[in-house]
Structures are given as structure tokens and as C-alpha cells.
Design a protein around this ligand. Structure first.
Ligand SMILES: *[C@@H]1O[C@H](CO)[C@@H](O)[C@H](O)[C@H]1NC(C)=O
Length: 279
């Protein structure tokens, strides 16, 4: 009897280790639970349930920033969940909201994902907790990361190009590529504009998995790109193929949209260092 039970336990441990090893945002790792309390999961109704579709991040009491391509035709019953670590498990940190206002950037271009930025107003203010807090984002005049800078991103996006999704939040450190490189014909060519950052971790340690490049991926869209804990970008991508050497992730440069963000959220323009007064 005992040996039978031992064999069952050994099998269970083995299966669990297989499942753990197959997890990873392409090449990333599981985030410490609620270590990124600004993360939002934007979920679409699917039958009786809600299904994670895009990331986002809390920027103010009732506002979540995301990518415009996440809600191309408006909210359509989507909801926003804050305080999430595991998408499937009931967590008492979770707070769920309806969307009362949705603003895609008026010049969002579906052909090259130019101006891929959106703001969502929640139906009520969130309760601040260890698991739910707003994050700072870079304003005009602030310093964006230069070529080679290490930045990081997080999401519940695909683990591979087959569409398998993680249940728990993943994070990955990536490196900023030069714009000149991403404008090359063998990268993105003219589709890559000055409102975009591209970033990729070409080689991780250990560097022995040629098909497992670290990158953000499908389902990570709308999530934040952070530089020294401040949001500088929104995961935009567009590409369905993730983790390819010549297709780094593309992120919308948030500081280029300061005026639009302030006008939507009803903030007074602030005089950031180096910012010329507008109007
Ligand atoms: C915040 O907490 C109060 C009191 O516990 C609760 O009634 C309310 O629904 C909470 N708000 C949200 C957004 O979950």
C-alpha cells in the first residue's frame, strides 16, 4: 500500500514539475504575487465567464491606461479586474469594474498601430490596498530610456506562438533597441514611427534556447513598459509572432501623449522640467 502511494506521489510531483517548467511569457518568470499592484486585466465576456484579453495599468483613482487595439470597437461588455495574480483562482485582493468611459486615441492607426494608446474610466474608484495601486507614468520633458537601457514588462500573455496562456502574472526584463535598427527593412521598416520604442532581450542566461527569445507576446498588449519603476511605454506589438530575433516588441511612447492624457483625465497641464507651456 505504502509503495503504491509513494509511486502516486512521485508521479504527481513529476507532472507538477513538467507544468511548472512549461510556464514562462516567452522566457520570462512568474512575478511575485501583487508586486506590480498597478496591473489590470481587461476581460471580455465569454459565456458565463470572463476571459483575459489584454493588460492595462492603473494611472489614477478611476483610470486605467491600455492599448487602443485592445478595444477596437468600444468596451462591449468588457470588465477590468485589479488586484489579480492568478486569473483563475478566487483572490480576495481582486476588485472588478465596469467601464463607464473608453477613449481610444483619435489618430490610432490599425495598419501600423501608430498612436496605440487608450484610457478607460472605471465605474467607481478602487480601494487602495497592497494589491491595487496607481503607477507613475512619464510626462513630456521626462527622460525616455536610450538604446541598450534595461526596461521591464509584465502580462498574462501567451507563452508561445500556439496561444497557451499563463494563469499567473509573468514579468520579463528587456533591452531597448535603437530606433534606426527597428526602422530597417528587415525589422519593421516604415511602420516603425518616432512614437514607438522597440525592445527585446536577444540572449538570456543561459543562452541555449534558440526558439525561446524573451519578449512580450499576444495577450500582453496594453500592459506597461517600465524604466526605473515609471511607465514609459504601452505594449503594442501588433505582431502575432513573438520572440523572434528580428521582431522585437513594440511599445507606444507614453510621454508623447501627455496633453491628450491630461485632457481626457481632466488634469491641469503640469509644467514638467523641459516642457514648453502649451497653448
Ligand atoms: C471598497 O471597500 C468597500 C468596503 O469594504 C466595499 O463596500 C466596496 O465595494 C469596495 N470597492 C471596490 C471598488 O471594490
Amino acid at each position: 500500500m505504502a509503495s503504491e502511494r509513494e509511486r502516486l506521489v512521485a508521479t504527481a510531483v513529476f507532472l507538477a514539475s513538467l507544468i511548472t517548467q512549461s510556464e514562462g511569457i516567452i522566457g520570462g518568470r512568474e512575478a511575485a504575487p501583487h508586486s506590480r499592484p498597478y496591473m489590470a486585466s481587461i476581460q471580455a465576456p465569454e459565456g458565463q465567464n470572463l476571459k483575459h484579453e489584454c493588460g492595462g495599468f492603473v494611472v489614477a483613482q478611476q483610470w486605467v491606461m491600455t492599448a487602443a487595439h485592445c478595444l477596437p470597437t468600444g468596451p462591449n461588455g468588457r470588465r477590468v479586474v485589479l488586484g489579480v495574480h492568478s486569473l483563475s483562482e478566487p483572490e480576495d485582493t481582486k476588485q472588478t469594474f465596469d467601464i463607464v468611459e473608453h477613449h481610444n486615441h483619435p489618430h490610432f492607426s490599425p495598419s501600423n498601430y501608430e498612436n496605440d494608446i487608450a484610457l478607460i474610466k472605471l465605474d467607481r474608484p478602487f480601494n487602495v490596498s497592497e494589491a491595487v495601486q496607481a503607477v507613475a507614468f512619464l510626462r513630456a520633458g521626462g527622460t525616455n530610456p536610450g538604446t541598450g537601457a534595461e526596461v521591464d514588462t509584465a502580462g498574462w500573455g501567451s507563452l508561445d506562438n500556439l496561444g497557451s496562456r499563463p494563469d499567473k502574472l509573468k514579468e520579463v526584463a528587456v533591452e531597448v533597441f535603437s530606433s534606426a535598427r527597428c526602422k530597417r527593412g528587415d525589422y519593421f521598416g516604415r511602420k516603425f514611427t518616432d512614437n514607438m520604442i522597440c525592445a527585446h532581450k536577444v540572449c538570456s542566461d543561459p543562452c541555449d534556447q534558440p526558439h525561446k527569445k524573451e519578449d512580450s507576446c499576444d495577450g500582453d498588449s496594453g500592459g506597461p513598459l517600465l524604466y526605473n519603476h515609471v511607465v514609459v511605454g504601452i505594449t503594442s506589438n501588433g505582431g502575432k509572432k513573438c520572440g523572434q530575433l528580428k521582431k522585437p516588441g513594440i511599445y507606444t511612447i507614453v510621454s508623447h501623449y501627455t496633453e491628450w492624457i491630461h485632457s481626457i483625465m481632466g488634469l491641469q497641464p503640469t509644467a514638467a522640467p523641459g516642457q514648453r507651456p502649451s497653448g
